[in-house]
Design a protein around this ligand. Structure first.
Ligand code: EPU
Length: 420
């Protein structure tokens, strides 16, 4: 079984280059099939979730050409709907976007129930509400595990008011609406940078989308989209993970190829803990200059503190003085990793959707499991800060979303290696 072996106790120093954002790449790759033409996507992260998305499109008839490891051309001229391989679709959340994409291009969709990290129930009722508002009939066949959607008379623009702020539902309804007849207005939309990136990609292909990045997005349907060349924005969660890592180990790093504005909520919390942070145009210099102080965090949709940075910050707070609190405001069950940190000597008590973390003088190496993607990143951070050796299993979860995390950490001076 593949695993990471981390020998803790080394400070991180040097420069690290951030890859393209996973959660922007997944919808953009899928959305490219709306053009029926060639799209060249640059700054794609080399991660297994992106690879799976490209494999799914290939199985649907797309021609995929790798120009280098971070750049592909997707020619979707011959793509057919309803044939995405169940075994790939059911392994990742980003595959829900196929429903919107197939509906938009073929007026009907057949897609397996999506997988992804296990944070408790992950409903798609808001996606369905959006598709239905645009005129589709949606059926979830729990026996076969397939979702069917049908818009015999085509999709028509409408108002969609989401009951909860959902990244996935906002993206899926945007995808469905770009080629619909008339105007769609999405209210209570998610405002994450990846929503803006998808809108920019679509507009580059000839779509008419305004308001992305606010909670009201307006989409005027167009007859046709054309192919384009588009570069994915940097991954703010990968950047935040490296910033968290140096906070736990000590040292000084320059996180390059980031949009500092996207990092504001994370930078503010790390500064509150005592980290020194300097923002440049497209990089952030972060240095540990004093012992870390306790803080309280509540995760929220963007621009709040991101839920996808929650486990990593908990790992850092194990190394801070005093009692900190982390409250989860997005997912009902994101604390499964706490048991793993406790194996390393962490003092954490979970109650409902909050955890109290009492800093300890040091964590100790142990064998721990990456229970999901960001939980796995937290195990790496804890291992880098711990005394002794940490063995991390189930690293397949980590490689779903981090591009060469071992190589990047090693270049900063970490003692981490992957064993087959
Ligand atoms: N929700 C509903 N109904 C829906 C959809 C969502 O009630 O139809 C609820 C969820 O249960 C949750 C909240 O709304 O409580 C937010 O869910 P959202 O739809 O925003 O999440 P998602 O689209 O499934 C994406 C990311 C996650 C990230 C969340 C929140 C992708 C592929 N996944 O998931 O990323 O945690 O947004 O920011 O974009 C990760 O990268 O590690 C990851 C898990």
């Amino acid at each position: 079984m593949e695993r990471y072996i981390v020998n803790g106790g080394y400070e991180l120093r040097g420069d690290v280059e951030i890859s393209g954002m996973k959660n922007a790449a997944l919808p953009i790759v899928v959305a490219s099939i709306l053009t029926g033409e060639k799209c060249t996507i640059e700054n794609l992260p080399a991660i297994s979730d992106v690879k799976k998305s490209l494999d799914i499109l290939e199985a649907m008839g797309a021609e995929i050409t790798y120009l280098d490891k971070n750049c592909v051309t997707i020619d979707s001229k011959n793509v057919k709907g309803g044939i995405s391989p169940y075994e790939l679709v059911s392994k990742m959340r980003g595959s829900t976007y196929l429903i919107g994409a197939e509906l938009a291009r073929f007026k009907k969709a057949k897609v397996g129930w999506p997988g992804g990290c296990d944070f408790g129930v992950r409903p798609i009722d808001q996606h369905i509400k959006g598709f239905e508002a645009l005129g589709a009939k949606v059926t979830v066949d729990t026996e076969s595990g397939y979702i069917y959607a049908d818009a015999e008379n085509g999709l028509h623009g409408n108002s969609v008011f989401f009951d909860v702020v959902s990244v996935g539902a906002t993206i899926n309804v945007m995808i469905a609406a770009v080629l619909a007849k008339g105007k769609t207005v999405i209210e209570n939309a998610a405002r994450e940078p990846h929503i803006v990136d998808l809108a920019n990609f679509f507009n580059t292909c000839g779509a008419k989308i305004t308001g992305a990045g606010t909670n009201i997005i307006k989409i005027t349907g167009v007859e046709k989209l054309h192919g384009c060349t588009y570069a994915i924005i940097p991954d703010m969660i990968e950047a935040g993970t490296f910033m968290a890592a140096v906070s736990a180990t000590g040292g000084k790093i320059c996180v390059k190829n980031v949009i500092p504005k996207h990092m504001e909520s994370v930078s503010a919390k790390l500064e509150e803990m005592g980290m020194a942070i300097e923002e440049l145009d497209d990089s952030i210099i972060i240095e540990k200059v004093k012992p870390l102080k306790k803080i309280n965090i509540k995760t929220l949709p963007y621009p709040g503190f991101p839920t996808d940075m929650h486990p990593q910050l908990t790992a850092v707070l194990c190394c801070a003085e005093g009692e900190s609190t982390v409250s989860e405001g997005v997912w009902e069950n994101r604390f499964r990793y706490v048991e793993e940190l406790q194996k390393m000597g962490a003092d954490i008590t979970v109650s409902g959707v909050s955890a109290k973390i009492n800093g300890v003088p040091s964590l100790n190496g142990a064998t721990v499991k990456a229970v999901d993607l960001r939980a796995g990143a937290a195990m790496i951070i804890a291992g880098l800060a711990a005394k002794g050796t940490t063995e991390i299993t189930n690293i397949i979860s980590i490689e779903r979303g981090y591009d060469d995390i071992v190589g990047k950490l090693r270049s900063l001076g970490a003692d981490i290696q992957k064993l087959d």
